[in-house]
Write a protein of this length. Sequence first.
Length: 407
Amino acid sequence: MQDLRINEKRLWDTLMEMGEIGGTEKGGCNRLAGTDLDKQSRDLFVEWCKTAGCEISVDKIGNIFARRPGKYNDLPAVGTGSHLDTQPTGGKFDGVFGVLSGVEVLRTLHENQIETPTPMEFSVWTNEEGSRFQPAMQGSGTYVGRFDLETELNKTDVNGIRLGDELERIGYLGDAELGSRHIGAFFETHIEQGPILEDEKKMIGVVRLGQGIRWYNIEVEGRPSHSGTTPMHLRKDAMLAASLIVAEMENIANRHENGLGTVGFMQVYPNSRNTIPGNIKFSADLRNPVPEVLLEMHNELLAFCEKVASERNLQISVDPFWYFAPVEFNASDDVKAASEKLGYSHMDIYAGAGHDACYMADLVPTGMIFTPCLNGISHNEAEYSSPEECAAGANVLLHTMLEASER
Ligand code: HGY
Ligand code: MN
Ligand code: MN
Ligand code: MN
């Protein structure tokens, strides 16, 4: 098996075919969770896996599991998977590459009629992006028991549409129990989404840690009034208060090593150019690999919002609705061993983005395989990883899974 390799061209063609679903003019993908496009991509994945001899199961939050039997089917499977949902201006690789490198491993085993000791399982996780419905990693987080199923199915998007209804509408509100898959290890392949592997000229990232994430919903309650008749000192301007907080996010991040702070989503009410904004709802995203530092950043944000509220005599509510603590990947050495066996340059790295593997690490030995991405760009239609880089990641996945199955 040492010389077994995936089919680089088939993997690339499959990535490009999947990329057509929700494809955008700029060459990216817009395939939000729970949409018809999400359904199309899921259906295609299911079809490909069935063709290669898998049995399909869908759980109560729409996670899909394609299981390929092994020689001893009472043994726990070796699992791999990622997500098919994208950002609104996403690329062809974020998540999708992890799912399709799994499909390529499946096809390679199938065409070579390789019987692995354990079953192998290929998965697609619901709403990893957290763009249309929050939080991110919603399907995997619910699967491992970090989130309550009913609460998550009742989450709504900005139009009040419920996740559970969307999953039912697209035919992926399954009945398999959460957390019920019999797997013994999980590996996720993913583009790095940052510039490090490219800068260091390494082909594979051996991911040791997933950094901490804190997400907030912040609401500023001001008073709508006329922009032409309201003196500045009499205003309750929600936009000014929100702008101070947005600017402070940068200060909080820069005060801490590896600190990151982002406001990516904002709703302005009434959103009229000659009415002083009365209400602003916006997101906040803080990240750091060190939990204590992330807590400091959290406390600094809360304190600043309180300060703005009292100085401007405004109502500001901060809902810290999601906290993901940094996670260590304890099967990273398997990824390192496979990279060395295959002769790929590699380096240890930590994940700046959240991934489904970050929650699977709660349950089983888990590892992640990163590949370089052009200019470190992701969550952008220009996202790109070359055929050679994708093949390297999929080959490391193939041999990591084979090794784990032999164990
Ligand atoms: O937010 C993240 O890091 C991921 O893209 N869901
Ligand atoms: Mn992703
Ligand atoms: Mn993403
Ligand atoms: Mn500090």
